[in-house]
Design a protein. Structure first.
Length: 241
């Protein structure tokens, strides 16, 4: 997609592409965002309270974990294609449904205010940060994680863990993800690619424009860093690491 190649972010160009809303519109938009964030926040707190109340009152186990799976750039046509193919090669009945068919609860239209291709920005057209689900989860004391098959600094994980004006600012996204961020650390666990954005520009293979050694910074902030399958397999389950 176009924006994947567009690595030169030009603030003036972006400003020109944006419609310039009047003060009234800006105010209305800000209010709308605040109301939305408030609603998300209150819902999460309500879920937390109900969960604890149910457990305390009835001794019932409650659902405490939320896993949000996002098939990025994957729509109904992709699912139909996969289903038909899987059904055909495995000689399955005509009414076969995939595991994903059973758990799908919705789809969403994503785009930017100035582009059909969505951004990772998590900022509004004025460049102000928009609250994220992970920030709300942290606020109620949950442990959070991002697990991706792409770069961890890519658009979708970034929209949960950073606030930048362009998805292409992956070196900024990397530093925010480790907790260099006004709200501090919001992600406790990250699995994904994109190591080059965490290496200082003096290292071979770095894609940072500066000398920051983000991996070392992350370790100082309490992250443990694993880079091989062997290290991963040695991880103890239920350990605090
Ligand atoms: C690394 O980044 C610094 C700061 O931007 C710059 O002065 C330096 O020339 C860069 N070094 C390399 C090897 O690119």
């Amino acid at each position: 997609m176009g924006s994947y190649q567009n690595t030169n972010y030009d603030p003036e160009e972006t400003a020109g592409l944006l419609s310039s809303p009047g003060p009234e519109q800006r105010k209305a938009r800000r209010n709308l965002i605040l109301v939305f964030l408030g609603a998300v926040f209150i819902s999460l707190i309500a879920i937390g309270v109900i969960a604890v109340w149910t457990e305390v009152s009835y001794g019932l186990p409650t659902k405490r974990n939320v896993i949000l799976m996002i098939s990025d750039g994957f729509g109904p046509a992709s699912e139909t294609f996969a289903r038909d193919y899987y059904q055909y090669v495995n000689d399955l009945p005509y009414n076969y449904v995939t595991p994903l068919d059973k758990i799908l609860v919705g789809s969403s239209r994503t785009r930017s205010s100035n582009s059909l291709v969505t951004d990772s920005a998590a900022v509004n057209p004025e460049g102000s940060p928009c609250g994220t689900i992970l920030e709300a989860a942290k606020e109620i004391g949950m442990v959070t994680g991002l697990v991706v098959t792409s770069r961890i600094t890519h658009a979708t994980p970034a929209s949960f863990s950073a606030h930048v004006v362009s998805r292409n600012l992956e070196y900024n996204i990397a530093t925010q993800q480790i907790g260099d961020y006004p709200l501090g650390r919001n992600v406790d666990l990250m699995f994904g690619g994109g190591r080059c954005y965490f290496l200082p520009n003096s290292s071979e293979g770095s894609c940072r424009p500066d000398t920051r050694d983000v991996l070392s910074e992350a370790k100082k902030l309490g992250f443990h860093y694993l880079s091989t399958r062997e290290e991963f397999d040695k991880l103890e389950t239920n350990s605090q690491r």
